[in-house]
Design a protein around this ligand. Structure first.
Ligand code: IPE
Ligand code: IPE
Ligand code: MG
Length: 246
């Protein structure tokens, strides 16, 4: 079946977020080291990015490294950081060719200097592209982000430039690292795990959640199409009753 033609172009999500999970288990199944799984995950990133851009999705956010992932074996962390540098460097051309802007959310200043530099360079080089924004969540955790927003707002109040009364959903959202981005309508997690793992807690308040048993290195364009078709069949009621939303 040609899945792509079953997608309703009038009802596309503006923003899709993905928890790319299952690289380690994918490799283990093949009797290979975990890092082999991460390397093969790059192809899935490429395919997904291309598919999203072709469809006209405006924002694609990929959870690439959480603040908790620093607790993995040093060898794996180092390999992931090296892969990041390598991948970003080799993809800049393609991103520019396809009109894709690269952005990052998370405490990226704490990344190894080489990774940080490469990332800054790629963000700078793609800043004027406007077909789609690819957001990498790197050294990201939602609790870190929310704490930071609270502190930044508290500082403004302390300085006298903001009144506590003026803090609302809008000002709070603008203090998050996703400032200016629409909330994801669709959140996908691969690998069969059904948890959020400290990702975008504020922004996914009303997202549709989609879980697939597919391990991330096996995720292809068709898998993204399937998720979008599933999303399009749901009724998003936002607290109302069915008759009010049709
Ligand atoms: C996701 O795959 C990639 C990162 C978290 C960096 P995992 O490495 O978590 O793979 P599993 O979940 O152990 O299989
Ligand atoms: C979440 O995956 C983080 C990323 C995909 C980058 P994990 O594999 O680290 O999450 P847990 O440990 O299963 O919750
Ligand atoms: Mg995992």
């Amino acid at each position: 079946m040609d899945l792509k033609s079953h997608i309703n172009r009038e009802k596309l999500p503006l923003h899709i977020a993905i928890i790319m999970d299952g690289n380690g288990r994918w490799a283990k199944q093949k009797g290979k080291p975990r890092v082999f799984g991460h390397r093969n995950g790059v192809k899935a990133v490429r395919e997904t990015t291309e598919a999203a851009a072709e469809l006209g999705i405006k924002y694609l956010t990929l959870y690439a490294f959480s603040t908790e992932n620093w607790n993995r074996p040093k060898l794996e962390v180092n390999a992931l950081m090296a892969l990041l540098v390598e991948t970003i460097r080799s993809e800049i051309k393609t991103l520019n060719k396809n009109g894709i802007r690269l952005q990052a959310i998370g405490d990226i200043s704490k990344l190894p200097p080489r990774s940080y530099k490469e990332l800054q360079n790629a963000m700078e080089s793609t800043r004027d592209n406007d077909r789609m924004t690819l957001v990498l969540a790197l050294n990201y955790s939602a609790k870190w982000e929310i704490m930071k927003a609270v502190k930044d707002l508290a500082q403004l109040v302390e300085d006298g430039s903001l009144s506590a009364n003026d803090i609302n959903e809008g000002t709070f959202a603008n203090a998050l690292s996703t400032k200016g981005m629409p909330d994801p309508e669709l959140l996908i997690r691969t690998s069969g795990e059904t948890r959020i793992s400290n990702f975008l807690l504020w922004q996914i308040a009303y997202s549709e959640l989609y879980f697939t048993p597919t391990f991330w290195p096996d995720f292809r364009k068709e898998d993204l199409y399937k998720a979008i078709i599933d999303y399009q069949q749901r009724e998003r009621r936002f607290g109302k009753i069915s008759e009010q939303v049709v």
